[in-house]
Design a protein around this ligand. Structure first.
Ligand code: SF4
Ligand code: SF4
Length: 357
């Protein structure tokens, strides 16, 4: 393990090091227990916290913005096209392990297939990730978190550049990439000993016991969804509880659906920009076609897509895991109580009831 130790008082010097070359993003408290990612400035730098509830609005927006201009073009006798190329160097300080895993899933989707998404690649290639391990049971771990079941946390094993873990009297830093290791040249990083590694193991063993939510039925549910064994009645039951707000998709670090639209720039008809926006299978227009026909108009027909996309073997084969990292955000935002663990439970229970009939 490429590990070092940082004195607690030097923690924010990691941010200062990164700010030399990057726009640094970190999570901050808002009102009450509300938290949000924001750009670090001289004014807010001292308010960065190591422990705080993971923001609902996930950091995926720094590589897949909720609204992103793809190009501008002008119509007329001499048409012009100007592609957007935002490739600024950014670092996210304090990204949680579930969200690191979420970004990896987005990587596989946008970069791992036949068609590479250049807009995503431009933002992703210059992104530096400082993962903070969730160790504070009061601040970091929400009662709806279940990263332990999704195998994404509480400590990420890969896909970060630098990982920080609070050992109490000091912070352990682990390098996950050559860029992360390059930071170890700074004097704030001191040699770690076997006692620190032992301390890390002991803390993680304790933290793993503190998760309240658990879902151990992924595997069974994957089989049911993949083999079409979930009855129409059960999907309707799930659909009836959905208010079609789209919240679950928008807060999900792994959801990646978008729509593309053109719009005028200012008042001139001939100046147009093409933008992409987050979309959600929960929204009624998601499957509406140009002629107006909507093959999945009923809400349950769209709700089952969400869970097929996340749990079916067809997708797991391509993305190497269930497409859920256990962040618990959909549990938190859903007014119908059909976040991932609830649906997994409904599908499993109804299938057992069918067998018992
Ligand atoms: S958050 Fe709940 S109610 Fe809203 S779209 Fe998602 S499943 Fe439906
Ligand atoms: S499905 Fe829910 S719990 Fe899973 S990653 Fe998405 S928002 Fe998080």
């Amino acid at each position: 393990m490429r590990a070092r130790i940082i004195d607690r008082v030097d923690l924010l010097k990691v941010v200062d090091l990164l700010r030399r070359e990057h726009e640094v993003i970190a999570p901050f408290y808002g009102r009450g227990r509300d938290t949000a990612f924001d750009v670090v400035t001289d004014a807010n730098r001292d308010q960065i916290q190591l422990h705080l509830p993971n923001p609902y609005y996930p950091p995926k927006r720094y590589v897949f913005p909720h609204m992103q201009r793809l190009m501008r073009y002008t119509l007329g006798a001499r048409p012009t096209v100007e592609a957007d190329a935002d490739a600024r160097k950014r670092a996210i300080f304090g990204i949680r392990s579930c969200d690191v895993a979420g970004l990896f899933m987005l990587d596989r989707h946008f970069l791992g297939g036949e068609h590479l998404d250049v807009y995503y690649r431009n933002l992703r290639a210059s992104l530096f990730l400082v993962n903070v391990v969730c160790t504070d049971r009061e601040q970091d771990i929400d009662e709806d978190c279940f990263c332990v079941c999704a195998d994404s946390g509480p400590a990420a094993r890969e896909h970060f550049d630098l990982q920080l873990m609070d050992l109490g009297d000091a912070i352990m830093a682990v390098a996950g990439s050559p860029a992360g290791e390059a930071l170890f040249g700074a004097p704030i990083f001191k040699k770690a000993g076997p006692e620190h590694v032992q301390q890390r193991r002991a803390i993680l063993a304790e933290v793993r016991k503190s998760f309240k939510k658990a879902t151990s039925w992924y595997a069974a549910t994957t089989r049911l969804v993949s083999q079409g064994e979930v009855s129409e009645e059960t999907w309707e039951e799930v659909g009836r509880r959905c208010l079609e707000c789209g919240g679950c998709s928008f807060v999900c670090p792994t959801c990646n659906c978008f729509t593309v639209t053109d719009r005028k720039v200012g008042e001139k008809e001939e100046e147009v920009e093409r933008v992409r926006l987050w979309d959600s299978c929960a929204l009624s227009g998601f499957t509406r076609m140009a002629g107006g026909h909507n093959p999945r108009k009923a809400v349950h027909d769209r709700r089952n897509r969400r869970f097929f996309r996340k749990l079916a073997h067809y997708y797991i084969e391509r993305q190497l895991s269930v497409i859920c990292v256990g962040c618990g955000r959909c549990v938190n935002v859903c007014h119908g109580d059909i976040g991932m663990p609830s649906v997994v439970e409904i599908l499993r229970r109804r299938s057992l009831e069918q067998v018992a009939r």
